[in-house]
Design a protein around this ligand. Sequence first.
Ligand code: HH2
Length: 271
Amino acid sequence: MALPFEIMGVVNVTPDSFPDGGEWFEHDAAVAHGLELAAEGAMILDIGGESTRPHALPVPEEEERLRTEPVVRVLARSGATVSIDTTKLAVAEAALDAGARYVNDVTAFRTEPDMAGLVADRGARCCLMHMLGDPRTMQENPRYDDVVDDVKAFLTERAEFAVKEGVREDRIDVDPGIGFGKTLAHNLQLLRRTDEIVALGFRVLIGVSRKSFIHRLADVPDPHARVPGTIAANVLALERGARVFRVHDVAEAHQGLTVAAATLDLDGARQ
Ligand code: HH2
């Protein structure tokens, strides 16, 4: 039976990602990890070749393509939907050529506006994420009038742009961008008021996995130990209407969300 949510498993093919930099940098390790996440219940595998952590250094286009394209090619044959986590048109195009069917652009087509037309032409799905500034500057004193209203206005504008470029509305997911230019209070507001973002009419994707706000709240310095906090935030976002969850620890998230979905009696949940 189809579940009422989708899990996006993170496959970072980078030497420096937060919080799993280097673990899956080799091609074979990245492929094996992706297959494991699919077996654990990830319906989407999000392949990234450039870290977006605060102060991360940019990766040249060709290097990012060489990291990601071969991994996408193999994992696309596994049956999971493969997503490319990139802000670069050429990297997205190579991934789509290699079998990806989802583009996760944390700049919501602002870095390369032609990304929207590419997604439209290929009939791919996409995620439009909110970020204040860019990864180098985003955590420098972020300010909003009302963080939820500002994020909603941004996502509405970016979705309108994507639709104007030909992307079908039902192929757009929106994401408030937890940790991208947000204080702890901003992150908590966005999670608490996820229902207001859901009311925009798009599927909402939430990316809280192992993020530092969990450490700030519960004093967990080791990112690998932040799984309980990740599941708690995801379950509450599910209850408020989010339906796609980007996580590193797929088996644990799958268990938590399955129990939560059944308890909430969401359509498609196991009884
Ligand atoms: N978070 C990260 C990267 N990509 N994409 C979306 N749509 N939403 C997110 O919240 C999101 C994202 C950061 O996490 P991670 O991939 O683990 O780290 P890094 O960017 O350093 O690779």
